[in-house]
Ligand binder design. Structure first.
Ligand code: ZN
Length: 188
């Protein structure tokens, strides 16, 4: 098990749809173990395989809700059912989201309040989670990664412009940028 470098926006693997996982073998199990290590080291509440440069439809999550319930797992070949997001302005305080591939930045984005995750786990067993609130948001964020979409791609005016500016300022947005959790002093 190992912490792996996290790709920063501009790396092509982050911007194209990831491939279905055909078989859950030792390689996939080792990858998932590294994804948990990397997410923990970052630290983050979710991490998708493309963020560590792997073209595979897998994400991991680890988040404790307000009732002290810990939601920790791996979603392989997930499907996400999402109701349309509410039509409202993004709230800086309630809707601000971050991403380990746009480290250190946060911008508000309106998301659906509920999402239903259907995926398979490392044993190949299908499962379903009917998520609300922040967990529903995490699933939407991570599932987007598997379609090559970053949350900054979804931002509305004026946050979209602010994100583009921040990305330019860091000289991100082109291939070859990454950061190492525990080594580089960044967070997202
Ligand atoms: Zn992300």
């Amino acid at each position: 098990m190992a912490v792996r470098p996290i790709c920063i926006t501009g790396e092509p693997v982050l911007h194209s749809p990831a491939a279905e996982v055909e078989v859950i073998d030792d390689d996939v199990r080792a990858l998932v173990a590294d994804m948990f290590d990397t997410m923990e080291a970052a630290p983050g509440v979710g991490l998708a395989a493309p963020q560590i440069g792997v073209d595979a439809r897998i994400f991991v999550y680890d988040w404790t809700d307000d009732d002290a319930v810990r939601w920790r797992g791996v979603a392989i070949n997930p499907e996400l059912l999402v109701s349309p997001p509410p039509v409202e302005e993004a709230d800086e305080e309630l809707d601000s989201e971050g991403c380990l591939s746009v480290p250190g930045e946060r911008f508000p984005l309106v998301r659906s309040a509920r999402s239903v995750l259907r995926a398979i786990d490392l044993e190949g067993e299908p499962y379903e989670i009917d998520a609300v609130g922040w967990l529903a948001r995490i699933f939407q964020h991570e599932n987007d990664h598997l379609d090559g979409v970053l949350y900054v791609d979804r931002l509305e005016h004026p946050h979209r412009k602010a994100a583009q500016k921040a990305i330019r300022k860091q000289s991100w947005g082109s291939p070859g940028r990454s950061w190492m959790p525990g080594v580089d002093n960044l967070e997202g």
